[in-house]
Every structure is written in structure tokens, then in C-alpha cells.
Design a protein around this ligand. Structure first.
Ligand code: PLP
Length: 494
């Protein structure tokens, strides 16, 4: 084992050895049951005292990363202790230049950092069933069609496909998007569409164009965690409007607007992330009326609007918008595949031109090749037939998860039936926390998104977000059985 040691450093040699091996273990370079070199041998290799190596091994053992087999040596443990990188970093933070130290303390992305903290607490077992994701079924991804489309495009367009491309997006793809949107009641034109690198970019571009530090933004509470981080990174104040079975409680919004002057309302009105609820028709109209009355732009995040399983579907806010107040964001990630990183926004008026410029200075444009490949694949008819298939399969998976929850989960847990989208939002009984349940669930080899990260202000710890689209039926049932077992175990400790 070659370990770079800095004999001039103020960090003692045993700690340098310990930190190096810890990093190797956490990165997976030293898998469980790997035998570490004997202390004498490593000491000789490194030109240090044997006690130095023994101290390093003792430190690793104290953190549960290695164990000693009597008479045999020191081995990497099957540790349930998770990735320790943050611990490593905080230990050595004073070794970095001070601008780096400032960054370490100052960048605040609460949702992401809390997710990382939870993930670092416990190492994930290998055969983990995860309901934490936010995408569709991998087996529905038309990978072969995409491969063919890519090679057809390269043959057809040759070097034309390999330049920067149109800065608002590949025009034929923008035209196709207008047809897909027309089917959903949104009448627009290609020159109101900006293709972005995932809808995440559409959302963050709009937020950074419209907001300045100290501004106030209104969101649903709970909401999509990554947008909480986007808003925090811009230094704006987030006010959360509670959500019920009919979506954002716009009555409360009206109260707030009498005292606050928000610069933006961010909303996922249809099959919301994380709750799965949909904003009712009357509330949609009230939201638009209030936005007009108080002159506030609305950023509508329609990430799964067309994954509709039953009942009356609501028109997008953009479809009801008469006055250019709504900036609409859509994506191909959930319905087709996230790896294309293709999303788009629809905006009318001067804000559209500003957004195109903003996007241009940010990244000079989204991959033209990938846009052309998608355009070659995605006729409106194909999109529709892919959508129908996804809807049929996801509706069935939702029902299977609902039935499994009913069958296995302990009394006192609640959830509602989403009429579309990807998620079920489950609530534990009073006094319980899905953060505390999390490590027990991982021991039972099941994972979810702990709901507290979805609250911009006052948090509730009772919720978890469960994705029902990613796994086939038997795994959904098995995952819920594991979740119920973990919940019972946790409840027994209370
Ligand atoms: C509500 C919501 N909006 C937007 C996004 C961004 O997705 P993408 O950038 O892949 O389009 C996500 C991703 O999970 C999401 O859940």
C-alpha cells in the first residue's frame, strides 16, 4: 500500500495514514473483508514506526471501519457506518486556503445537505429497494430507438449536428414541443419556447433572472426540495403556503399578499412533488386572479402533468393565462428519460427574450445533437403512444403500492390516492419522525425520501415520499413489506 505522507504537515503521521485508508474504504477501493497489510510490513514500507500504523488501525477500528481477527490480521468491516467524507473534510478544513474554508461554512443548500447528511449516517446495503427516486420505470426508456435516432441524425446532418445550434433550441424540436403542448391545451408557438438542460435549468434560470437577494418567493409547503436550494442560493426569503388535498391553499395566499410583496410564485400545481396532490380548478383561477391583482409572475413547474391516471384533469395554469403572467416549465425526464437532460420553458413577452439571453450567457445552449436525436425520435404520435403505455403501467403500480400499504402498514399511517404523477405522500402517526425511521428502514433494505427536506420553513417530520413508478409489482410489494416491518420496529421503540 503506497500512502503519500507529508512529514512537514502539522497532521500527525498516524492520522494521515488513518485518513488515507478511511477514504479508500469509503470510496469502495478497499471493499469489505479486504485484509489490510500487517502493521510491521506497512510500517516498513512507509518508513514509520510500527506504533504509528497500529494507532492508525486503532482509529479506524474505533470508527467501525475495520475489525481485527485474532491471529489473522485487520480486515475492512461490513460497516453500517456511512460515508465519512464530511467528517474527513471538517477535520482537515484548516489546511485549505481561507477562501475555501469560507465556502465550507457559507454555502447553505439545506435540502441537499440534509439529504447528504442522512445518506452519510448509514451505509446503504447492496440489495436496497429504493422508493426515494423521482423518475419513471427504467425498462420503459426507449434506449434502442434513441441509439438509432442518434446514428440516423449523425448520418443525415453530419457536422451540422455538431455545432452550437440555435440558441433558443433546435427549431424543429421546438415545433414538436408546441404540438405536444397543444394536446395538453397550451397553445403556443416555437418562438415562445426555450429548450433547456433539463427543466431544472428552466426553473433556476427563471428564478435567477427574476429574483434578487432579499426578495420574497412563495411556494407550496411542502415543495420540490431542489427549488428550496435554488431559492436559498439566491438569498431570497421563501414563504411556504400550506397544501391540502386540493393543492396550495390559495385562501392563505390571499392573506399573505396583503402584507408581503413577493417577486415570484413557484408552483407545481399538477401531481405535486412531493405530495402528489393537484390544485383544484377554482384555486387555479383564484391563483391567476391574485397574481394579476398583485402583479406577480408565476413559475409553473409541470414535471409530470401528462401522467394522468383517472378523473377530471385540470388545465395547466399556462393554458388559462391570458396576460403573459405564467412562465411554464416542462421536461422529457419523467416521461422519457432523465439522461437526455432536455427540458423547456414557455414564456411570452419580453421575459422570453431575457430568458434566452440568460440561458446563452449561462451555457451557450443545450446539446444540439441530443435535441436533434430527440426530435428524430419523438413525433407527436410516438409521444402519445409512449405516454399511454406509461400511464397504463404506472396506474397499475400505483394501485399495487396502495394495496400493499393497506395490507402491511401499521394502523395510524395515512396517505391519499394520487390521480397521476410519481408519488405517494405517507404520514406516520403523531410524534414519529421519518428521519428517525430512516436508518431502521435501511437496515430492512428499503429507502424513501424523508419528507422534512421538502419544507421551506417550519418542518413536519412525519412524512415520507414514496415513488411507485420505478419498480415492477413484486418489488413494490416487497419494498412496502420491508417498510412496514421497519415502521413496526421503530414504533416498538417509542
Ligand atoms: C418537481 C420537479 N421539477 C423539476 C425537476 C427537474 O427535472 P429535470 O431537470 O430532469 O427536467 C424535478 C426532478 O426531479 C422535479 O421533481
Amino acid at each position: 500500500m503506497r500512502i503519500p505522507l507529508d512529514r512537514e504537515s502539522s497532521t500527525p503521521l498516524y492520522q494521515q495514514i488513518e485518513q488515507f485508508i478511511r477514504r479508500e474504504i469509503n470510496s469502495g477501493s478497499l471493499p469489505p473483508e479486504t485484509r489490510l497489510p500487517a502493521t510491521r510490513q506497512l510500517a516498513e514500507n512507509l518508513g514509520v514506526n510500527r506504533i504509528t500504523v497500529a494507532n492508525a488501525y486503532a482509529g479506524l477500528e474505533a470508527h467501525g471501519l475495520v475489525y481485527t481477527r485474532l491471529g489473522s490480521g485487520t480486515y475492512v468491516a461490513h460497516s453500517l457506518v456511512g460515508d465519512q467524507t464530511d467528517y474527513d473534510k471538517s477535520e482537515t478544513i484548516e489546511n485549505w486556503p481561507s477562501w475555501q474554508q469560507k465556502l465550507w461554512h457559507s454555502v447553505y443548500l439545506p435540502a441537499l445537505q440534509e439529504r447528504n447528511r442522512l445518506a452519510a449516517m448509514v451505509r446503504e446495503p447492496e440489495d436496497l429497494l429504493s422508493f426515494a427516486g423521482g423518475v419513471g420505470a427504467p425498462e420503459l426508456i426507449p434506449a434502442n430507438d434513441l441509439r438509432k435516432a442518434l446514428s440516423d441524425v449523425l448520418r443525415r446532418d453530419n457536422i451540422d449536428a455538431l455545432g452550437y445550434g440555435d440558441r433558443a433550441g433546435y427549431p424543429p424540436l421546438r415545433a414538436t414541443i408546441t404540438h405536444i403542448l397543444a394536446d395538453q391545451g397550451i397553445l403556443t408557438q416555437a418562438d415562445q419556447i426555450l429548450v433547456t438542460t433539463g427543466s431544472q435549468q428552466a426553473l433556476s434560470l427563471t428564478a435567477s433572472l427574476l429574483l434578487r437577494p432579499g426578495d420574497c418567493v412563495l411556494t407550496e409547503s411542502p415543495t420540490y426540495p431542489s427549488m428550496i436550494d435554488v431559492f436559498y442560493s439566491l438569498g431570497v426569503k421563501i414563504m411556504g403556503i400550506p397544501v391540502d388535498d386540493n393543492g396550495m391553499q390559495t385562501e392563505k395566499l390571499e392573506e399573505i399578499l396583503t402584507t408581503e410583496k413577493p417577486s415570484l410564485i413557484y408552483t407545481t400545481p399538477t401531481y405535486q412533488n412531493p405530495t402528489g396532490v393537484t390544485l383544484s380548478g377554482p384555486r387555479r383561477r383564484q391563483l391567476l386572479t391574485l397574481a394579476a391583482q398583485y402583479d406577480i409572475p408565476i413559475l409553473e413547474d409541470e414535471f409530470v402533468g401528462d401522467l394522468h391516471y383517472e378523473g377530471h384533469s385540470q388545465p395547466a395554469l399556462k393554458a388559462l393565462d391570458q396576460g403573459g403572467r405564467v412562465i411554464y416549465s416542462g421536461t422529457f425526464s419523467k416521461m422519457l428519460m432523465p439522461g437526455l437532460r432536455l427540458g423547456y420553458l414557455v414564456a411570452d413577452g419580453p421575459v422570453y427574450d431575457r430568458l434566452v439571453e440568460w440561458k446563452n450567457v449561462t451555457d451557450l445552449g443545450t446539446s444540439d445533437l441530443i435535441q436533434r436525436a430527440l426530435e428524430a425520435y419523438i413525433t407527436v404520435g410516438r409521444y402519445q403512444s409512449h405516454l399511454h403505455r406509461a400511464v397504463r403501467i404506472y396506474r397499475q403500480r400505483r394501485d399495487i403500492m396502495l394495496a400493499a400499504l393497506e395490507k402491511y402498514m401499521p394502523l395510524g399511517c395515512h396517505w391519499h390516492t394520487p390521480h397521476g404523477g410519481l408519488f405517494i405522500w405517507l404520514q406516520l402517526p403523531e410524534g414519529l419522525s421519518t428521519n428517525d425511521l430512516y436508518p431502521i428502514a435501511l437496515q430492512e433494505k428499503v429507502k424513501y425520501l424523508a419528507g422534512a427536506v421538502c419544507y421551506p420553513g417550519k418542518k413536519s417530520y412525519r412524512h415520507m415520499r414514496l415513488n411507485f413508478t420505478m419498480h415492477p409489482p413484486q418489488l413494490i410489494e416487497e419494498g412496502v413489506r420491508r417498510l412496514a416491518k421497519a415502521t413496526r420496529k421503530y414504533m416498538d421503540t417509542k
